[in-house]
Design a protein around this ligand. Structure first.
Ligand SMILES: Nc1ncnc2c1ncn2[C@@H]1O[C@H](COP(=O)(O)OP(=O)(O)O)[C@@H](O)[C@H]1O
Ligand SMILES: [Mg+2]
Length: 493
């Protein structure tokens, strides 16, 4: 059924994205002419990395597969022959399985016609690879298939890093050229109805499995399309895993459990990738199954186990710049949906005001994460988000609101050895004059480093006998458990 195409020779840009029909048409002219226009830079840019990395290659590169240069040469040859043979327009009409079947048949034929000598295993991996290139996410596929990778970072066609176990490693994954990479980016974002090209070079999207994707393309990214994927973990870490990893002590985890269960209002603060969302997700495990929980996120990541959960997601503006639904719109709307608790994936703007109001008005047990390096900074960020959101309230009023609504700030951090830790649990006590008073219940104290460079330390209690949420714990009949957990914390002293 696949006649040879008659319309001129194909370039790799046209080939790579047959599925979303309009995309290749757009993508082709965009990335292709650019390198020519800037060819002097390109030669320079190209020769630099190609000279530097080979030395490093054997040292710092994680081999995802053990393919040789010869393999890539054969692959390119077979790939080009395939593209000359099939009609991509027709291929695009097939469902994924039949398309794969079709490609496999043709590739097997090409291999035999061209007398390529390969073992069965090599041939299988070549088939898989070529199918991935034509139909899937190409060289990204083996990385996407692995569940132990937290982030995938592609910095142009030749450089891909991954984060595994908190450490960044360079891999030997490479794309044919930036045009192929751009096409794969395009394929990813077109699945959620977006577009990335020179005129809109920044784009957020999501893979079908829920992984979060960001693309920033030339001319903004100087060394080629830059793709960052925060991989969606199918099995989210639970609080007990965090204990196993040493992110929090047993007693600390018990205190967090009580904080979650007795409906304290919690802010989780930390830097990018410090484990805020993971921690928020693990705290939601202690929400009573009878409660109605509404989650608001920019890209749905949370996986609540309760039966009664409504999940909401913000929406960026469309190509004409209209139709955006902000986090504030969602949080405001939530209040009319009779929630017991509201969970905001990440608080970054004026929605802080609405969240505090919600916390203040009977939706206690609400939670959110926020980007800050210390609990104190977290509170002052909330204040500045409200000020900058255009609410003309005196500073003192805003602080009264903060004190009246937020009970606990949990600080997460990614330490320099790559491990993620809960470094403090802090209570908001009240207002003294115009100053918000806080009290640490526990803190992670660094004792030094072991021989492998891993940071050693303990979660120490700070001798708080009766935290402010004691009454709350009592109300929920958890007073004894809280007392025991606080005692156990002291045991660390
Ligand atoms: N305590 C932890 N120990 C090990 N890995 C963790 C821990 N917390 C989070 N992670 C992993 O780190 C990555 C980033 O976590 P995430 O919660 O998304 O961070 P943030 O929301 O702060 O950006 C995820 O892949 C997650 O599985
Ligand atoms: Mg997050």
């Amino acid at each position: 059924m696949f006649g040879k195409r008659t319309d001129g020779p194909k370039t790799s840009e046209t080939i790579a994205a047959p599925k979303p029909a309009p995309a290749p048409v757009k993508a082709k002219p965009a990335p292709a002419p650019k390198p020519e226009a800037r060819s002097p830079d390109r030669v320079e840019a190209k020769s630099k990395p190609s000279k530097a990395p080979p030395k490093k290659k054997s040292e710092g590169v994680t081999k995802i597969d053990d393919r040789s240069d010869e393999y890539y040469r054969v692959k390119t040859m077979v790939f080009n022959a395939l593209i000359d043979t099939i009609d991509l327009a027709q291929l695009a009409q097939l469902d994924a399985d039949s398309a794969r079947e079709e490609i496999r048949d043709i590739v097997v034929e090409i291999i035999s016609i061209k007398n390529v000598v390969m073992s069965i295993a090599e041939q299988e991996s070549l088939l898989e690879d070529i199918c991935n290139d034509v139909l899937g996410y190409g060289p990204l596929e083996p990385l996407l298939a692995r569940d132990d990778i937290a982030d995938i970072m592609v910095n142009g066609a030749g450089t891909t890093y991954i984060e595994v176990d908190g450490r960044i490693e360079r891999t030997n994954i490479r794309f044919r050229d930036n045009a192929q990479l751009m096409n794969i980016c395009q394929r990813i974002v077109s699945q959620v109805g977006r577009r990335v090209d020179e005129s809109s070079p920044i784009c957020d999207a999501r893979l079908l499995d829920g992984s979060r994707v960001n693309v920033i393309a030339p001319p903004l990214a100087l060394d080629g399309p830059t793709l960052t994927i925060r991989k969606f973990k199918k099995d989210k870490l639970k609080l007990e895993h965090l204990v196993d990893f040493g992110s929090i002590s047993d007693a600390g985890a018990e205190i967090l459990r009580i904080i979650g269960a007795c409906r304290c209002n919690v802010l989780i603060s930390g830097g990018t990738g410090s484990g805020k969302t993971t921690l928020l997700n693990s705290l939601t495990a202690f929400i009573d199954p009878g409660e109605r929980v509404i989650t608001c996120e920019d890209a749905a990541e949370l996986q609540l186990q309760q039966p009664h959960v409504v999940r909401l997601e913000t929406r960026p503006p469309n190509l004409e710049g209209s139709g955006a639904i902000s986090m504030r719109d969602l949080v405001k709307n939530c209040l009319r949906m009779r929630p017991d608790r509201i969970i905001v994936g990440e608080v970054r703007g004026p929605e802080a005001f609405d969240l505090l109001q919600a916390m203040n008005t009977g939706h206690d047990g609400s939670m959110g994460t926020l980007h800050a390096n210390t609990p104190r900074e977290a509170l002052s960020r909330v204040e500045s988000m409200i000020t900058m959101g255009g609410f003309s309230l005196p500073a003192k009023t805003i602080r009264e609101m903060i004190v009246g609504s937020i009970d606990v700030v949990v600080q997460a951090s990614r330490l320099r050895d790559g491990t993620r830790k809960i470094i403090s649990v802090t209570e908001v006590m009240g207002l003294e004059g115009e100053v918000i008073v806080t009290q640490d219940i526990l803190k992670f104290e660094v004792d030094g480093e072991d021989a492998n460079g891993k940071i050693k330390g303990v979660h120490r209690g700070l001798g708080v006998g009766r935290p402010r949420f004691w009454e709350r714990a009592r109300y929920y009949n958890m007073e004894r458990e809280l007392a025991e957990a606080l005692d156990a914390l002291e045991g660390n002293r």
